[in-house]
Design a protein around this ligand. Structure first.
Ligand SMILES: C[S@@+](CC[C@H](N)C(=O)[O-])C[C@H]1O[C@@H](n2cnc3c(N)ncnc32)[C@H](O)[C@@H]1O
Length: 425
């Protein structure tokens, strides 16, 4: 995977030295992405996007026999246009990509031996993890690219259904119960939610799928993988292919602020707007958290989300969790999982459930005293299943085999419940 990506990168770099058409088209693409996804996207991030697109497009076409994906997916359509502009005038696309054949060959040969979709899906999950770990370790760390083990996902979805019934007299199948995975990765959680819905009341699935299932992803490769996986699950359950409109390519921490810029894809913006207007009842998933960062001086810093109105997620963390803290060193609060809990707490309105599997440091570390205090104030019930696995705390655990994710930091499954009429002390 790494070789594949590196070879593509070399190709792009070569073109950007000598091909005027490529240079112009790339500059336009950069502008579009900055306007519609994130104003701070670096050139390198855009190169990575192109690489992720080209890799997945080919894998979806050849391994999954899904040649139409790039025509149907609203983002892929836009990127295809840029790639066509990049390749059409001065050289052919197939020629551009043919030098990579020997890299793809191995992947395609392996995949050719697998015939059922779920095994191919495992293969995609491996690509998801390995691509970032091999090619872009920095992204793997700041974005928390790890696939969530299925038993954890099962447990969380079942728990959410149980709490919905017990505390609210509701169910995942009910109309009005909007569900969001804000960090969708490969789509694991929503697929499991769809299966739960089918188990409880299959006829509820089409409406849910069209109106009340939502997810966000900021990286292109997982965005494509999630879209394809979720659409495939719907096809398996209903026999009908229907594109999934609940998926947004957006930075969750910016989703309330992204402007109506319909350049990149007006359809994507419409989806973001629709999600913004939805009254979310359940937010679940596996937020990013730094797994490799040993201390705050590591240069692999997370992006800061602040603005002059003090409405950025980092501003809100400062005004709440940090403000309530007595600790002198509050740096640990800049871990993205803390932002995710803050963001979700504000995003559900006066009632709802948040189920996140996260780093467990907030349970007992000193910098999180204010966060713990706030969580207690903001929620009526909090369930924390501490799965342990902090290698630094207990070196005897050695390596990562004692950790559910195979990482160094401890992990917990957390469920926060907020009820409307309950007096919160
Ligand atoms: C831990 S993974 C989720 C894995 C997923 N549950 C699965 O099992 O495949 C976190 C995902 O969130 C994405 N992500 C990170 N920061 C994000 C942000 N600010 N907005 C949207 N997605 C983000 C990452 O690219 C990554 O795919």
């Amino acid at each position: 995977m790494k070789e594949n990506a590196t070879a593509l990168l070399d190709l792009i770099r070569e073109q950007s030295q000598k091909n005027k058409k490529f240079i112009d088209a790339f500059a336009d693409f950069l502008l579009l992405c900055r306007q519609s996804i994130n104003p701070n996207l670096s050139e390198q991030a855009i190169e990575e996007m192109l690489i992720q697109h080209l890799l997945t497009e080919r894998i979806f076409r050849s391994v999954f026999n899904n040649p139409d994906f790039a025509k149907r997916n609203i983002i892929a359509v836009e990127i295809e246009k840029v790639i066509n502009a990049l390749t059409s005038k001065s050289f052919s696309r197939s020629h551009f990509l043919s030098t990579l054949d020997r890299f793809y060959g191995a992947i395609e040969e392996t995949a050719a031996t697998i015939d059922d979709y779920s095994k191919k899906q495992d293969f995609l999950n491996t690509i998801y993890e390995k691509f970032f770990q091999g090619f872009s370790v920095k992204v793997a760390d700041t974005h928390g690219i790890v696939y969530t083990p299925q038993p954890i996902v099962n447990f969380m979805v079942k728990s959410v259904e149980d709490i919905l019934q017990r505390e609210f007299g509701k169910s995942l199948v009910d109309k009005g119960v909007h569900i969001l995975d804000p960090f969708v990765g490969t789509g694991n959680f929503l697929i499991r939610v769809m299966r739960e819905i089918v188990e409880i009341q299959k006829s509820a699935l089409p409406y849910k799928y069209e109106q009340e299932l939502h997810c966000n992803e900021v990286m292109l490769l997982p965005y494509y993988i999630a879209a394809m996986n979720i659409e495939h699950e719907y096809f398996e359950q209903t026999g009908e292919y229907k594109s999934f409109e609940g998926i947004c390519l957006v930075d969750t921490f910016e989703d309330q602020a992204v402007q109506q810029l319909d350049l990149f894809s007006p359809e994507n913006m419409k989806r973001v707007q629709k999600q913004r207007n939805s009254n979310l009842f359940v937010i679940l998933g596996n937020p990013p958290y730094n797994v490799g960062q040993l201390n705050e001086n590591d240069n692999n810093k997370n992006r800061k989300y602040t603005n002059k109105d003090k409405t950025g997620i980092d501003d809100i963390v400062s005004a709440t969790y940090a403000k309530a803290s007595k600790a002198t060193n509050k740096n640990a609060l800049s871990d993205p999982y803390v932002k995710a809990i803050r963001w979700a707490s504000d995003r559900i309105s006066d009632e709802g459930i948040i189920a996140f599997v996260t780093n467990n440091s907030f349970i007992d570390q000193i910098a999180f005293d204010g966060m713990r205090q706030q969580l207690e104030k903001e929620f009526d019930q909090i369930y924390v299943f501490d799965l342990g696995g902090n290698v630094r705390k207990n070196p005897k655990l050695s390596g990562t085999t004692h950790n559910v994710f195979g990482i160094q930091v401890g992990v917990s499954v957390n469920i926060f419940v907020k009820k409307k009429n309950e007096e919160v002390i």
